[in-house]
Design a protein around this ligand. Sequence first.
Ligand code: 4AD
Ligand code: MG
Length: 477
Amino acid sequence: MTAHSVKELLSGKLTLQEVTVNGWVKTFRSNRFIALNDGSTINNIQCVVDFEKFDDTVLKQINTGAALRITGTLVESQGRGQSVEIQVKDIFVHGEADPEAYPIQPKKHSLEFLREKAHLRVRTNTFSAVMRVRSALSFAIHQYFQQNGFYYFHAPIITGSDAEGAGEMFRVTTLDAKKPPLTEEGEVNHKEDFFGKETNLTVSGQLEAEAYAMALGKVYTFGPTFRAENSNTSRHLAEFWMIEPEMAFYDLDANMDLAEDFIKNVIRYVLENCEDDLQFLEKRLLDEEKRKPQAERSEMALIEKLKFVADTNFKRVTYTEAIDILRNSKPNKKKKFQYPIDEWGADLQSEHERFLVEKHFKCPVILFDYPAKIKAFYMRLNEDGKTVRAMDILFPGIGEIVGGSQREERLEVLKEKMAALDIPEEELWWYLDLRKFGTAVHSGFGLGFERLVLFATGMGNIRDVIPFPRTPQNAEF
Ligand code: 4AD
Ligand code: MG
């Protein structure tokens, strides 16, 4: 008999019949009730065992975490909170899980504890819900672009260019297989750089995406990117996934319109397709918030917050307007900002971004027209000669979720900017070619995928929304 998934069994669409299901034991109560889960849904199917009919050696193997195949009759359930259950006829134990050794027991484990068990934590309700939402978001992202005339473009992972010009790169080298990885002095025993050329892991696929947009019109990348920034925050990873659309003939306004429409669409997708998981995550968050002082609790529950963002116009403000607001504000009645904004041109810290979004405007904010000095070399210079056509989207509880811009399409202006920043033309000769041959206005942005997953799931730490987080302390798995 082909097995059913737990989701199918609970769908209410099956006739009451003999069924087979595979899954892992969540709990086994009173030697009678097995709660079985197979990952297809957050919900478990209850399997009722008549223990007199089963051998003690089998019953002893039914512990939390064991993998089972159960065959039995699907019947209406007497219990509360479930429509159907299985009356068990046969149990096959695929694999046991020794309760003395298996770390994921049916009790509340802290997220910190589970981070040390990255290979097992997805077996908890919280992580399985997060990872299903993550998967749904990936699908929604591809669907959005595919339905809107974009081509999926694969940017290289190994590259010679520093797209952000920030020098936060991991270098690629080949090791000498005949020697140990480290010399006696502890130096890396590498044979050479990438076949004799200096290369690094990509920090962004943008520059290559620009080349493709200048032929295919609208493209997007969705892949891993790497940053060697040693920031131990709950918003930064050394390896994260980024979505980068790039569009020929789009100016900054069209770019902002697209980014806003895109984010709202993918959030609507999870609202419509991940209801059970979102409800679970919302409840989890409410329980967590109960332990916080009233003032620190969020005003909206998770699902309400997602609906709000999907339905609200993002507030668009220039950097200069934002600076004026910040200069005339205090984060609360008594306190000043830790980093007071004294002069025009300063980069915003996350306390400022969060103030604008959470206290001042109380909605997502798009800041644009930033000072050229604090932004990357490729952004288009405005007529004022000191600001660039940059935009950042700031989200409640997250801060920056998107960074993007209209690109400098004028060869001479781009060359001048590169010279001012000591970026050699030889390094980016191919990028300059794009301005020599058929150049045009174009724009794009990068969305940090994990920051979107953080927002959609209400989780508090970016390490908890990616399967195997790479941070300065953790690359063990
Ligand atoms: O603002 P960033 O650095 O922009 C770029 O890389 C552009 N080349 C994008 C483009 O225009 N195509 O990064 C974009 C987004 C940020 O807004 C943030 O959401 C995320 O990537 N991000 C990170 N996410 C997790 N960990 C990190 N270390 C991140 N650095 C950036
Ligand atoms: Mg940025």
